[in-house]
Design a protein around this ligand. Structure first.
Ligand SMILES: [Zn+2]
Length: 707
């Protein structure tokens, strides 16, 4: 008997009754003219046609439907024919409908743990956040089916690579940037089609800055960084205004009054920034991912004012922000990055008091993180500049006048390579390892070029604040953004994860051992060489980026666990180690850890950060001071992890622990209700305060102290 090829490619037995029934349905619900004789005749005719076919020429369902349609016309049943067509169209529409129904419905029912815990800065139980997450599910679905080549989607699903931020890739928006805040403040900007002129005082400048931050974060998905030094000029303007206002007073009184007024304005301006950023909710369903770069640039025209602003930011952060109970807690935003330089590190340096404020603040509130200007200049052609958001770094780039330019530049996006899977697949065979690595790198390149393709046809209208009004550029309306993506102006990042596990698999030892480190350095140099050659070939700013792996440390491990089984120290522990970092369980002192990781920072120049886990240091600031000085002398970018939690039930102020069932629990009263505690932890370069996925929670539980 004849077989029919169904739409999904499988076959089924030819059945004339199905044809007859379909025609009868169309007659009944479509034209209303039921003629069962005609239905039977058409079915019989088609059966006759196909029973003479040889076996290898199997008809498809589609061909049969075409025949039915033509025969209905022949028999004069035009209305039925149309109804039959319409039914087919509806059926086909239903087949093509998206695959997100389940994920979205479980999301609004608060049952989609995976999406809910993917980003520890989004609270998925809130309607406003859910709308962003729903848009993300739709974007992922369409990107997977229509925008990203099938073999890249497959590699992503198999955990060979991770195509980051698929939940935003449907829109031509990019990852993270350094906001050109100097241009926006000095030359004015436009927000929501309204002109915002250059501010005449510090307080107004601070307000404008928070408005800019809100707008910027809604038009991109990653972090934004602002260099606070550009506010120095506005504090000087306020001082000049007070001096003019009080010109009639005696000099001594005038000076005192000016100082007093200026201090008051400084405090209230900085408070505006801190409170606005913490209370804002962007269209991305979270507080804006903002980094304030605290750089007291030696020799800057407004060096004195900048130091005052930086110090005030640190003093206010040390105090904290009040939670719903009115208790001061550690806020997650903005991230603060403090620059250690010759004018603030030596004990007798002019701004040493600001560094003291920074150390005191880190001990209690985790931030600021530290950049050593000295080490950074060695790596980036003498330049000091902010990471974009948490850890992404630009490569030096010169404009047409031969001047280095960093602010106004951005990162297009990230694709991360799972190094552990390369090692798992190689099964200990070194030749195989390098071959697979080559293949995977080719795949990453292709995936990254897809990112560029998704962006390159966009015009400046996609986000006027970025492209038309100074955030990144001053393009005209409808002008293409493509030229800014090219010639190394923007970066595009190859991320990597699991250097530790990779080395363990290939060398049977940790990468902190001599042999282990040698192997690791060889691998990371290979990755760097790949990005360098891609940059040369395409002109795009490929960079090597140590992936933070917030949710990815869990995702890759879960996929590999299913595929390769439980392997001690690798898949069995439930998470992978991010980038080149030392295994979180390894006993190593803070100084050795920083020194070891510093070598990788010199190669992973598109993104890196190192941390040390420290106990409560509020009573031992001297030890922390030693560490900070060590950072200044030895490593470009580092941070401290400490614990500063709060229990609403018993007012416990200390470390909320993770118990053996991997639940957060107050050690004083046993409270386990996450909505009744404040827990702030370093998830990647950023702090997170909305809890973490299972793998990340296990990783946090495993962290050992380094001091
Ligand atoms: Zn408690």
């Amino acid at each position: 008997m004849t077989q029919v090829i169904k739409r999904d490619g499988t076959t089924t037995k030819f059945d004339s009754r199905k044809i007859e029934n379909a025609i009868l349905k169309a007659m009944r619900y479509g034209s209303g003219v039921c003629d069962s004789d005609v239905a039977a005749s058409i079915a019989a005719e088609i059966t006759l046609d196909y029973c003479t076919f040889p076996e290898e020429k199997q008809p498809t369902v589609y061909e049969i439907e075409e025949k039915v349609y033509k025969k209905l016309i022949k028999y004069g049943h035009e209305l039925t024919a149309r109804a039959y067509e319409e039914y087919r169209a509806v059926q086909s529409f239903k087949r093509q409908s998206n695959t997100t129904d389940e994920s979205i419905l479980s999301l609004v029912r608060n049952m989609n743990e995976e999406v809910a815990n993917e980003n520890s800065n989004k609270n998925a139980t809130m309607a406003s956040t859910q709308r962003d997450l729903i848009a993300g599910e739709v974007s992922k679905d369409i990107s997977r089916r229509k925008l990203i080549p099938a073999h890249i989607v497959q590699a992503h699903d198999n955990g060979a690579i991770h195509f980051h931020d698929m939940d935003y890739s449907i829109s031509p928006i990019f990852n993270c940037c350094l906001v050109n805040i100097a241009d926006m403040l000095d030359n004015g900007t436009v927000i929501n089609a309204k002109l915002v002129e250059s501010p005449k005082s510090f307080q107004v400048a601070c307000t404008v800055v928070t408005q800019i931050i809100a707008q910027i974060s809604s038009g991109q998905y990653g972090g934004q960084s602002l260099n606070v030094k550009h506010l120095g000029k506005y504090l000087a303007k306020s001082r000049a205004r007070y001096e003019e206002m009080l010109a009639d007073l005696d000099e001594e009184i005038r000076e005192r009054k000016v100082k007093e007024f200026l201090q008051r304005e400084l405090e209230s301006g900085v408070q505006t920034i801190q409170y606005q950023i913490n209370t804002l909710m962007t269209t991305n369903g979270q507080s804006p991912f903002v980094t304030l770069f605290l750089e007291i640039e030696p020799g800057h025209e407004y060096e004195e004012e900048i130091a005052m602003i930086v110090n005030e930011i640190l003093v206010q952060r040390h105090l904290g922000i009040k939670n719903e109970k009115g208790v001061y807690i550690t806020p997650a935003f903005p991230k603060l990055v403090y620059v250690l330089d010759e004018n603030n590190v030596p004990k007798d340096s002019k701004y040493r008091y600001v560094t003291d404020s920074a150390i005191k603040c880190s001990a209690k509130r985790l931030y600021p993180d530290y950049i050593s200007a000295k080490e950074m200049r060695k790596i980036y052609e003498g330049n000091v500049f902010s990471p974009m958001g948490c850890r992404s770094f630009l490569a030096p780039w010169k404009d047409e006048n031969g001047e280095y330019k960093f602010e106004g530049r951005f990162n297009m996006g990230v694709v991360t390579l799972n190094l552990v899977q390369v090692a798992l697949t190689a099964e200990g065979d070194m030749d195989k390892f390098w071959n697979i690595l080559d293949e995977r790198l080719a795949l990453c390149k292709e995936a990254l070029l897809t990112r560029y393709e998704l962006l390159k046809s966009a015009t400046s209208d996609i986000s006027p604040i970025h492209w038309q009004f100074g955030g990144l550029a001053r393009l005209g309306k409808h002008e293409p953004i493509a030229p800014l993506l090219e010639n190394g102006y923007a970066t595009i990042s190859l991320g990597y994860i699991g250097m530790y596990e990779m080395t363990k698999l290939m060398m049977n030892e940790s990468h902190t051992s001599g042999r282990g480190k040698e192997f690791c350095v060889e691998v990371i140099k290979k990755l760097k060489a790949a990005t360098d050659s891609w940059k040369k070939e395409t002109g795009l700013g490929f960079g090597l980026y140590g992936t933070p792996a917030e949710s990815l440390c869990y995702r890759f491990c879960k996929i590999d666990l299913a595929r390769f089984g439980e392997i001690e120290d690798i898949t069995a522990k439930g998470y992978y180690t991010n980038s080149y970092h030392v295994d979180v369980r390894e006993n190593i002192d803070a100084f050795s850890k920083l020194l070891f990781e510093a070598d990788f920072q010199k190669i992973s120049t598109g993104g890196c950060i190192s941390y040390v886990e420290i106990p409560n240091m509020n009573k031992n600031l001297e030890a922390l001071d030693q560490l900070v000085t060590f950072i200044y002398e030895n490593i470009q970018y580092a941070e401290f992890n400490t614990k500063s939690d709060y229990c609403h039930v018993c007012s416990y102020d200390g470390e909320i622990i993770i118990n053996d069932d991997i639940e957060w629990e107050c050690p004083q009263c046993g409270n386990k209700d996450k909505s009744k505690m404040n827990v702030t932890r370093r998830t990647c370069g950023y702090l997170g305060e909305n809890y973490f996925n299972l793998g990340k929670t296990k990783e946090i539980k495993s962290r050992v102290l380094h001091l």
